[in-house]
Ligand binder design. Structure first.
Ligand code: ATR
Length: 275
């Protein structure tokens, strides 16, 4: 059987690990998948997507800065993508309609709960940031039924807006919003979803949010300990995790949507960690 074509679209795209991850998934599962990277012009995302599918492409991952455009472009959206306001996975359904999904939240939950054995049900969770990355994961986090989910952000109004948007998905979870300096008691799980540490800055947080039992998760990843995780370690954290597992898990969920087979993720996470 000849290979079927998949790709990741972004700008820039040369650093993307997705082609490597999906190539390993393909050889591991024996699926006839060829996966490339496409750099779309900043003003040419929609045209790039349409051209890809016109030429017979089967599925796309979408990354920065096009996730919101991917969401808007779709004819249909998976339920979990609807409130996320952004999509990282596109494909054509049986009727030829463009469907958008968002697997980022599932990737985070899978990495935390399965790969790292973190109990999310009834946990007290603090998530930092209120941009696209956080919006993308709030639905799947709330679905785990934590005791509380606190959204803290530099611009408090954006945290408030997100809490209001997801209020009807909160169920028994106490969902709230605040500025960075407000939380001062230990949480079970602290997740960094800001892009602050990319710029070398750290949010002005109280060290009291960390205890030796807190699991600290940075949605960013890097070869060294991330700036945020280092701050947590310096303030008493024992368990810190970066977002490499989330990256591989969101990819595996896209692969499952496209091919109906869920690849093994742990060997791929280990492979990338040892690169
Ligand atoms: P992304 O898609 O990565 O979420 P975004 O939508 O631009 O990108 O959101 C970036 C997030 O990081 C926001 O929560 C932003 O805070 P504001 O809403 O106050 O802008 C946060 N952020 C970025 N730089 C930061 C910094 N230096 N300190 C604290 N928070 C920062």
């Amino acid at each position: 059987m000849s290979n079927e074509l998949y790709a990741v679209v972004g700008h820039p795209i040369s650093h993307s690990k997705s082609p490597r991850i999906h190539s390993v998934f393909a050889s591991q599962t024996g699926e006839p998948v060829e996966y490339t990277a496409i750099q779309a012009p900043l003003d040419g995302f929609a045209e790039t997507v349409h051209r890809f599918f016109r030429k017979g492409g089967k599925g796309l991952n979408v990354t920065v800065p096009f996730k919101e455009q991917a969401w808007q472009l779709a004819d249909q959206r998976a339920d979990r993508a609807e409130k996320a306001g952004a999509a990282n996975t596109l494909y054509l359904n049986d009727q030829g309609l463009l469907v958008a999904d968002n697997t980022d939240g599932q990737g985070l939950v899978q990495d935390l709960s399965v790969n790292h054995g973190v109990q999310l049900k009834n946990a007290r969770i603090l998530i930092l940031g209120a941009g696209g990355a956080v919006r993308g994961v709030l639905g799947p986090l709330l679905a785990q039924e934590p005791a509380s989910l606190t959204i803290a952000n530099r611009t408090e109004a954006k945290a408030n807006a997100l809490a209001a948007l997801f209020a009807d998905e909160a169920g028994t979870t106490q969902l709230s919003a605040c500025g960075f300096d407000e939380p001062d008691q230990p949480f079970d799980v602290v997740i960094n979803g800001t892009s602050a540490s990319l710029q070398g800055d750290l949010p002005p947080l109280n060290a009291g949010i960390i205890s030796a039992d807190t699991v600290v998760y940075d949605m960013m990843y890097s070869l060294q300990t991330t700036t945020f995780n280092q701050w947590a370690l310096d303030n008493g954290a024992v368990r810190v995790v970066d977002g490499l597992g989330m990256l591989v898990e969101q990819a595996a969920e896209s692969f499952r949507i496209w091919r109906g087979v869920r690849p093994e993720t742990i060997p791929v996470i280990e492979m990338l960690r040892n690169d």
